[in-house]
Write a protein that binds this ligand. Structure first.
Ligand code: 4HQ
Length: 279
């Protein structure tokens, strides 16, 4: 056996650690939606990603396992009780410390650096840049609020970062946490392989994607753009870049304003605009 040339699978490396997401949630079953399906489901199965659900209800101490309480100052709705959440966060932090303690010390996995994230509309808006930064972390603890949310002192004391999906209101942080897990996990090099570093380039370079076509060649009288059938890979790449520039100009001018275009990109876009205005 030629052991010397056998490439070690990343996940067989003694120092490899799956990225850990600890979801603190009253509805842990919701996370099956990410951990059992598709690309992230496979990453979980292959132990490239771990998703650990922690239910604050398991950290209550009263007979009724109470997880909600009334807001000081009155008003409608309830808040999540502080102590069960606090204990759940501590438990999440311990689970990573337990993993670190069985690893050799020369790994880069920066133990003790779990980031606690609270999903809320007050947070920083999630975008590709932030997703990329999060994908460099070993352990993210995702605090999923229900009811009217959590006590401000818990945010001040325990939360490292507040993140929002956008200016709308969800009925709980779980869906937001799952969106974050999906977007972050697919950026891990072990999850999609190199095929997608190219695909992910879309947002990587701040442009929208180009249009895609598959069979049939003609559908309802609409033909696939001929260049895609030409076999001329250079021409195809050029057309795709032009489409990406053009679509960004049409649908997301804010993206183009942030981006510095090269001479050839400016020319491709000018040509797209000319054709667009001629139609
Ligand atoms: N909520 N982006 C309120 C959100 C939200 C968002 C989560 C509703 C937290 C207490 N989360 N709970 N938008 O609307 O992330």
């Amino acid at each position: 056996m030629k052991t010397s040339t056998k490439k070690l699978k990343l996940t067989e490396d003694d120092n490899f650690q799956p990225m850990l997401f600890s979801a603190i949630s009253l509805f842990p079953e919701m996370f099956n939606a990410v951990s059992e399906y598709g690309v992230v489901g496979r990453a979980v199965k292959n132990e490239i990603v771990n998703i650990d659900c922690i239910n604050p209800r398991d950290f209550t101490k009263d007979r009724h396992r109470t997880v909600d309480d009334r807001p000081y100052g009155g008003g409608p709705g309830m808040l999540m009780k502080v102590e069960p959440l606090q204990r759940a966060i501590q438990a999440a932090k311990k689970s990573q410390q337990a993993r670190d303690s069985v690893l050799s010390s020369d790994s880069d996995s920066s133990p003790g650096s779990a980031k606690v994230i609270y999903l809320s509309p007050q947070g920083k808006k999630l975008d590709h840049q932030l997703v990329k930064e999060l994908s460099t972390q070993q352990h993210l603890i995702l605090l999923c609020g229900r009811y009217e949310g959590i006590d401000q002192r818990l945010i001040d004391q325990q939360v490292d970062m507040e993140i929002s999906l956008g200016d709308f209101v969800l009925s709980g942080g779980e869906l937001a946490a799952m969106v974050l897990i999906d977007a972050v996990a697919r950026l891990l090099p072990e999850v999609l392989g190199h095929s997608v570093s190219a695909i992910e380039d879309s947002f990587e370079d701040g442009l929208l994607d180009h249009p895609h076509y598959t069979r049939p060649e003609s559908y309802e009288g609409l033909d696939v753009p001929p260049v895609l059938l030409s076999g001329d890979h250079q021409a195809i790449e050029k057309w795709r870049l032009q489409q990406r520039l053009g679509r960004s100009w049409l649908k997301r001018p804010d993206l183009l304003e942030k981006k510095k275009l090269s001479e050839s990109e400016q020319q491709l876009l000018a040509e797209f605009k000319k054709d667009y205005k001629a139609k």
